[in-house]
Design a protein around this ligand. Structure first.
Ligand code: GLN
Length: 485
C-alpha cells in the first residue's frame, strides 16, 4: 500500500470520510515526508504542532459527524501569506523575524474549511524571480533533478506538491509564479482572475498584477481548493463581487464545439521542436474530445515582457518603501542618524534582485522618465488587454506553452537577468490583462516535465479547469512523478 501522502486530494478526502485513516495519520505521513525531503529546501518553516492540533480537532469533529469535507486535509502556504503567530519571511532577510499579527484572508478561509497548515513554503524574495534562486533561505531544488531549479517564485509550493509533501499549496502569480513552477515540476497551477482571490494579508509585490492561487496535482484538486479561497472580501478594495460558481460541477462538461485559440506568436519559430511535439499531443487530445482549434493573433504580445518589467518594478519600488527599519523587519544596529538607519536597514535586509527591482522601478517613476517608461508601459498594457478581448470574440479560451523549455540547472541564469526575465515570456501577458491562466502537465522532454497553458476570459476559471480535467481523463501526464516519490 502506498503511503498516505501519495494519495491525491480527492483520495485523501474520500479516505477521511470513509474512516480508512484519520486526519492525524494523514498529517503525520506528510510531516514525515517533509522530514525525509529536507534537501529540497521547500519549506522555510514547518509547523508540526499546529498541523497535528488541527488534525486532532478534525478527527474529533468527524467522530461527532460535524467535520467539514476538508477537515484535517494538509495544506502549506507560500511564505508571502501572513499567518498569525507564525513567521512570515517573504524569503527575505528583511523579515527573518517577522511574525504577523493577523492571518491573510486566504489563510483564514483555509482554516475555516478545516485544512491543517503544515508550514510556510520557500519562495523568491518578495516573489521576485523565475527560478527560486533569490531566496535568502537558499534555492529550492526540483524533485525531478536536485541540481535544477523548480521555477519561481512559488518554487517551494511547486516542489512540495511534486514531492508529495502536501496535496495542496497556496502560491501567488504576478507574472507567472504559479504557472511557471507548476510547469517545471509536473504539477498543476491556477492563477485566478485578478480580484477573484483576496490579496488581504498577501505581502505586496506589484499590487495591480499580484494574484493568489494554488498548486495541486490535478485540475479536479484545484477546483476543490479554489472553492475555498475564491470570493469577495470587503477588506481588499480590488476584490471582485462576482459570484463564485461551482468549479467542481463544471469539470465534467463536454468539450464538443469548444473553440480553442492558438496564438500565432506562441507557436512561431521561437518554439523548440520538442515543445512543439508536446503541445501537438495536447492539441490532438483536445481535438479528439471535440474541441476546434483556430489560430488567433495577439499583435502586441511581444511587448509584454518589456512592459511588465517596467510596471512590476515600479509598483515594487513603491510597495517596498514600507521596509525602512522603523516599522517592519530588519533594523540596522547603532544607526548614526535617521538616514543611516534607512539606508543600512534596507541595504542589509534586501537581496540583490530586490535591490535591482527597486532601482529600476524608482528610475522608471522619476521625473522625466515617467512619461517615457511607466506611462508607455501602461499604454502597452492596455493594448495587450484589448488583444486578448479581441481574441476572445473568436474563441473560448487560449492554449500555449507555459515556459520556453524544461527546468534549467541551478546557477545557469543567475548572472544574466534578461535571460531570466525571458523565462516569463508566455506568462506575463495574462497578468497585464488580469486574466485567469492555468498550467497543466504536458508530458516530458528529456525526462523533465513541461506544461501547457490555458488562458480564459475574466472569471472563466471553471472553463480552464473543465478543459484541463477533460484532458486529464484521457492522458496520463499529471500522474507522472519523480521516481521514488
Ligand atoms: N518572474 C516574474 C518576476 O520576477 C514573475 C514573478 C511572480 O509572478 N511573482 O517578476
Amino acid at each position: 500500500m502506498s503511503t498516505l501522502n501519495s494519495l491525491s486530494l480527492i483520495e485523501q478526502i474520500n479516505g477521511l470520510a470513509a474512516g480508512t485513516f484519520s486526519a492525524t495519520e494523514l498529517v503525520k505521513a506528510h510531516l514525515d515526508a517533509i522530514d525525509r525531503h529536507r534537501a529540497l529546501n521547500a519549506f522555510i518553516t514547518v509547523t508540526p504542532e499546529l498541523a497535528l492540533d488541527a488534525a486532532a480537532r478534525a478527527d474529533q469533529l468527524r467522530a461527532r459527524g460535524e467535520a467539514t469535507e476538508l477537515a484535517g486535509i494538509p495544506i502549506a502556504h507560500k511564505d508571502l501569506f501572513c499567518t498569525e503567530g507564525v513567521l512570515t519571511t517573504c524569503g527575505s532577510r528583511m523579515l527573518s523575524r517577522f511574525v504577523a499579527p493577523y492571518d491573510a484572508e486566504v489563510v483564514t478561509r483555509c482554516k475555516a474549511a478545516g485544512l491543517s497548515m503544515l508550514g510556510k513554503l520557500n519562495l523568491d524574495e518578495f516573489a521576485m524571480g523565475s527560478s527560486n534562486e533569490n531566496s535568502a533561505y537558499g534555492p529550492v531544488r526540483n524533485p525531478w533533478d536536485l541540481d535544477r531549479v523548480p521555477g519561481g517564485s512559488s518554487g517551494g509550493s511547486a516542489a512540495a506538491v511534486a514531492a508529495r509533501l502536501t496535496p495542496l499549496a497556496t502560491a501567488t502569480d504576478t507574472g507567472g509564479s504559479i504557472r511557471q513552477p507548476a510547469a517545471l515540476t509536473g504539477t498543476c497551477g491556477l492563477k485566478p482572475t485578478y480580484g477573484r482571490v483576496s490579496r488581504w494579508g498577501m505581502v505586496a509585490y506589484a499590487s495591480s498584477l499580484d494574484q493568489g492561487g494554488l498548486i495541486a496535482r490535478s485540475a479536479a484538486d484545484l477546483a476543490i481548493g479554489l472553492a475555498v479561497i475564491a470570493g469577495h472580501d470587503p477588506k481588499d478594495s480590488t476584490s471582485a463581487r462576482d459570484l463564485v460558481p461551482s468549479y467542481r460541477d463544471a469539470l465534467d462538461s463536454p468539450l464538443k464545439g469548444l473553440r480553442i485559440g492558438l496564438p500565432t506568436a506562441f507557436f512561431d519559430h521561437r518554439m523548440s521542436d520538442a515543445m512543439r511535439t508536446r503541445l501537438t499531443t495536447v492539441i490532438q487530445a483536445l481535438t479528439d474530445l471535440g474541441a476546434a482549434m483556430i489560430e488567433v493573433e495577439l499583435p502586441h504580445i511581444d511587448h509584454a515582457i518589456p512592459a511588465y518589467y517596467v510596471i512590476a518594478p515600479a509598483e515594487a519600488s513603491s510597495n517596498l518603501s514600507r521596509f525602512d527599519g522603523v516599522r517592519f523587519g530588519h533594523r540596522a544596529a547603532d544607526p548614526k542618524d535617521l538616514n543611516d538607519l534607512y539606508t543600512r536597514s534596507r541595504g542589509e535586509g534586501f537581496g540583490s534582485e530586490v535591490k535591482r527591482r527597486i532601482l529600476m522601478g524608482t528610475y522608471a517613476l522619476s521625473e522625466g522618465y515617467y512619461e517615457a517608461y511607466y506611462k508607455k508601459a501602461q499604454q502597452i498594457r492596455r493594448l495587450i488587454k484589448m488583444d486578448f478581448l479581441q481574441a476572445f470574440t473568436q474563441c473560448d479560451l487560449l492554449l500555449g506553452p507555459t515556459t520556453p523549455g524544461v527546468a534549467f540547472p541551478i546557477g545557469a541564469k543567475t548572472q544574466d537577468p534578461v535571460a531570466m526575465y525571458l523565462e516569463d515570456i508566455y506568462t506575463v501577458a495574462t497578468n497585464l490583462a488580469g486574466l485567469p491562466g492555468g498550467s497543466f502537465p504536458a508530458g516530458r522532454i528529456d525526462g523533465l516535465p513541461v506544461g501547457f497553458q490555458l488562458m480564459a476570459p475574466h472569471f472563466a476559471e471553471s472553463r480552464i479547469l473543465n478543459v484541463a480535467h477533460q484532458v486529464q481523463q484521457v492522458t496520463p501526464w499529471h500522474h507522472d512523478h519523480p521516481e521514488g516519490l
